[in-house]
Design a binder for this molecule. Structure first.
Ligand code: G1P
Length: 285
């Protein structure tokens, strides 16, 4: 079955990026010349997704505005002959069919995904976490979808995470299937060092089957008193095959200052207009 829909949870407060996020959503912080949410939506679109649900919360109206038309601004640009810029603005809103829903209370990532139930219905869907910007040749979501389309199995994007970092993520019990693909037997969210099953953790990308909702609905609160998607996947993989895909590409956690700076520098270096200039600038610092 072809996956047409993606869900982007973007409801968090962004407390790791205060005070920048005091009055604007963290997803609207720019990475060079476009907000970070732009890169996430673009990855979904480049992966073949045409319908996107962004899960927001109160005070995040700018996300909705960004993916809307800006008739006054476009008219002003066109009046002064800046047609290309006006077209580029319009193209942002036309990238995909984007809808929004608010997570009224924040009870964790699993709880956020439950807000997507009416949108995805009985179809499989991709999940792209709003903080995790991926840079690479083939979009990471596309890499997961390739495995889903071949196998029909739910997939998660995994990466090797060293011991001193993995407690921030999750740890998976896996067995290899083929190059870069593994079967996931068990998952634990935010493991203590003595709970680590492997150094593979999920980093920001998922392709889920609709059965995940049944799992999430029957979960009790997990790590941090929240409904954890990882716990839902742990239940799911007892009833159907779950595959881990060790994706190619670099992931930046733009929800914290260091990841945000890394992403900014990398994206600036690749920018068609300012990339070369910026490289020279850094060399001469
Ligand atoms: C979430 C997930 C976690 C995953 C991480 C990075 O954690 O719960 O399993 O490893 O994203 O994608 P959070 O960053 O919200 O604490």
């Amino acid at each position: 079955m072809k996956v047409k829909k993606a869900v982007i949870p973007a409801a968090g407060f962004g407390t790791r990026m205060l005070p920048a996020t005091k009055a604007i959503p963290k997803e609207m912080l720019p990475l060079v010349d476009r907000p970070s949410i732009h890169y996430i939506v673009e990855e979904a679109v480049k992966s073949g997704i045409s319908e996107i649900l962004i899960i927001t919360s109160r005070g995040k109206e700018e996300l909705c505005d960004y993916f809307d038309y800006s008739p006054e601004l476009e008219a002003k640009l066109r009046a002064s002959g800046r047609e290309e810029e006006a077209d580029a603005l319009r193209a942002i809103a036309d990238m995909a069919d984007i809808t929004f829903i608010r997570q009224k209370e924040q009870h964790g990532l699993g709880h956020a995904i439950l807000c997507a139930k009416a949108f995805t219905g009985s179809e499989p869907f991709a999940v792209l976490l709003g903080d995790d910007v991926m840079v690479g040749k083939t979009p990471v979501t596309r890499q997961l979808l390739d495995v889903y389309e071949k196998t029909g199995c739910a997939t998660v994007g995994v990466s090797y995470v060293p011991n001193d970092q993995i407690s921030k993520y999750c740890s998976l019990d896996v067995t290899p299937v083929e190059e870069r693909v593994m079967e996931v037997h068990k998952l634990i969210e935010k493991p203590r060092l003595d709970q680590i099953m492997s150094n593979y953790a999920i980093l920001g990308r998922y392709v889920l089957t609709p059965e995940i909702y049944n799992m999430l609905e029957h979960l009790s609160a997990g790590y941090g008193g929240e409904i954890q998607l990882t716990d839902g996947l742990n239940a799911l993989c007892q009833t159907q095959k779950l595959l881990g895909v060790e994706y190619e590409g670099v992931r930046y956690d733009t929800g914290n200052l260091r990841g945000y700076l890394h992403a900014t520098v990398q994206i600036a270096l690749q920018h068609p207009e300012v990339g070369d200039w910026f490289r020279d600038y850094l060399k001469n610092l």
